[in-house]
Write a protein that binds this ligand. Structure first.
Ligand code: URA
Length: 191
């Protein structure tokens, strides 16, 4: 385990544990407030994220930022954003189970340093990897799951909303649940 963000990030940026390193432009480590109480975890970088080296900066990311802002959250201020895999899978395919497994220790270390109270799993892949592999995102989004000292909430991926805008209302409901939970259990996020 790491004791400092800087050494963790430096090592992560050099990672060659799986073949995704061969096709990446940048490692997408994560971004946000290292003192945040709330963490968002997506599945992996897409094209824009790979180019810019930051999570959720493409179309999905813009939509995510907009929905976050509606409940008073922003990556600059009070959340931290990371992904299950730190390198872009070619043609945006789902990260393979073995790629997720090779990469998950970076996220474990990020979580250990951040010590968040709440983690939002963005999309099916993240929810199944960090909450429970039996999660059905269409049925279980917006519910809370307690694991150790951390509460987890799965939500629908913004890319799914871009494909099917009718689902936006579902995520807005999830985010209102989240806001309420933050008000209950977090002391710094809205203060
Ligand atoms: N989708 C994700 O799951 N993560 C990103 O960083 C970008 C898009």
């Amino acid at each position: 385990m790491y004791e400092e963000w800087e050494t963790l990030k430096n090592d992560c940026l050099k990672c060659k544990k799986c073949r995704l390193c061969e096709t990446r432009t940048n490692v997408v480590f994560g971004y946000g407030n290292p003192l945040a109480e709330v963490m968002f975890v997506g599945e992996g970088p897409g094209e824009q994220e790979d180019i810019q080296g930051k999570p959720f900066v493409g179309r999905s990311g813009k939509l995510l930022d907009k929905m976050l802002l509606e409940i008073g959250l922003s990556r600059e201020e009070n959340i931290y954003i990371a992904n299950i895999v730190k390198c872009r899978p070619p043609k945006n395919r789902d990260p393979l189970p073995e790629e997720q497994e090779m990469c998950i220790n970076w996220l474990r270390n990020q979580t250990a340093l951040l010590r968040p109270k709440l983690i939002v799993a963005v999309g099916r892949i993240a929810a199944m990897k960090i909450i429970d592999d039996k999660i059905k995102i269409t049925k279980d989004h917006g519910k809370f799951y307690k694991k150790g000292n951390i509460l987890f909430m799965p939500t629908i991926h913004p890319a799914a909303i871009l494909r099917n805008p009718k689902q936006k209302i579902l995520v807005e409901e999830d985010f209102l649940n989240l806001k309420q939970k933050i008000e209950e259990i977090c002391t710094l996020t809205y203060n």
